[in-house]
Design a protein around this ligand. Structure first.
Ligand code: ATP
Length: 373
């Protein structure tokens, strides 16, 4: 597709800071996603391994060429493959924090941060003044003369963030910015990062596997699978109404797709669920693992959905056990150790699963045409 040529000095009110359609072919893999991010907005790009998150980030940074589509940032066309126009990485008003930070090992923290402003034309003294200010904001003033190897993981992460922000980027790109940290450092650094992102006036794109990072740091989530956007929205909407198996696992819900006829949802040829909600047509049915009760024998006299199942896996899950079940539908159930003691759990063991109709949530599969397929 082609977009009109837009060349303007001032961003037009109401237009997003970043407006992009990224099309990249990599052998059998094709990335094709539209991204719009407003000034001051933090968007998390979330998806399973190989979904295309890093490719999207590298394309925006100019490290991987865009094959089709366009990248418009702050009113300027950066990439227009249809016009054979691309902008070199170093000429983009973009700051990048890579997963392993990529600090220059031979430069001090100060000179690592000063590197960006230097490249943007400031003389050494002014670049160092800008860098010093950023290190101060990151609480690293006393570490300015240290080399990267003398910094902790959390400190190195903040130097990398300072380096990315020191050029006042219209777009800040973060690639798994907390992945290299241990769990404790991660907690502190996540809180600090949240503060710095909230203060960043430009657009921010955060690439992550980690739903917690996305939920804490982002205003909006964009979920990609196999190079395509499958769902996007705020965290509350996505956690309430997942639309793919990946998203359902991410937010910890069982999810089935089926055809509703009143209170009955046919999930497959062998199985229907009864729900408290009335619907007609293609729907999703979601319910938490804690809503699935397990019994050694068929429970009688109950209005619930009841079916025979077989245990396919058991894991510890917080204080409870998470039990994977096969049968007419695949589900997971969370049960307490006390409940487990009555069931004599073991892989391959047959038992009965039940879900109350009132604990299921049913919603249309294609609201407003935003269906993933
Ligand atoms: N240099 C490359 N050459 C060819 N194909 C590549 C290259 N890098 C990545 N790919 C392919 O592109 C697809 C998307 O990979 P990408 O790294 O963007 O996914 P991702 O969502 O970032 O995954 P992960 O979470 O594992 O980092 C994959 O199928 C991958 O095999």
């Amino acid at each position: 597709m082609t977009a009109p040529i837009v060349t303007r000095d001032e961003p037009v009110a109401g237009t997003p800071m970043l407006d992009a359609r990224l099309v990249v072919d990599r052998g059998a893999f094709r990335l094709d996603l539209a991204l719009r991010i407003s000034a001051g907005e933090v968007v998390a790009l979330l998806g399973p391994n190989g979904a295309g998150k890093t490719t999207a980030l590298r394309t925006l940074a100019g490290l991987t060429p865009l094959h089709d589509g366009y990248v418009t940032l702050d009113g300027q066309d950066l990439d227009r493959p249809d016009l054979s126009r691309w902008t070199a990485t170093e000429r983009r008003p973009i700051g990048v924090v890579f997963q392993d930070y990529l600090l220059f090992p031979h430069l001090t923290a100060l000179d690592n941060v000063a590197f960006g402003p230097r490249r943007h034309g400031l003389d050494r003294q002014r670049a160092r003044a800008v860098a010093s200010d950023w290190l101060g904001r990151m609480g690293l003033a006393e570490h300015a003369r240290r080399k990267p190897r003398q910094l902790s993981g959390g400190q190195a992460q903040r130097v990398a963030l300072a380096r990315a922000l020191a050029v006042n980027p219209a777009l800040l790109l973060l690639d798994e910015p907390l992945a290299a940290l241990d769990a404790r450092t991660r907690l502190d650094t996540r809180a600090q990062l949240q503060r710095h992102l909230a203060a960043h006036p430009g657009a921010t794109l955060l690439v992550t596997h980690d739903p917690l990072d996305a939920l804490v740091l982002a205003d909006r989530l964009v979920i990609v699978e196999q190079g395509r956007v499958v769902q996007e929205g705020d965290a509350a909407t996505i956690t309430a109404q997942p639309r793919t198996d990946y998203v359902a696992r991410l937010v910890g819900l069982n999810l089935h797709r089926g055809r509703a006829d009143g209170h009955t949802v046919r999930v497959n040829a062998d199985f229907s669920l009864t729900s408290g909600d009335r619907h007609d047509g293609e729907v999703f049915v979601a319910y938490p693992p804690s809503a699935v009760a397990l019994y050694p024998r068929r429970p009688d006299g109950s209005p619930r959905n009841v079916w025979p199942a077989t245990i396919t896996g058991i894991q510890r899950h917080g204080d409870n056990l998470r039990v994977q079940l096969g049968g007419p539908i695949d589900v997971v159930a969370d049960i307490t150790p006390a409940a487990a003691a009555h069931l004599h759990l073991g892989a391959g063991q047959p038992l009965w699963a039940a879900v109350k109709a009132t604990e299921t949530r049913v919603y249309p599969a294609a609201p407003g045409g935003s269906h993933p397929e």
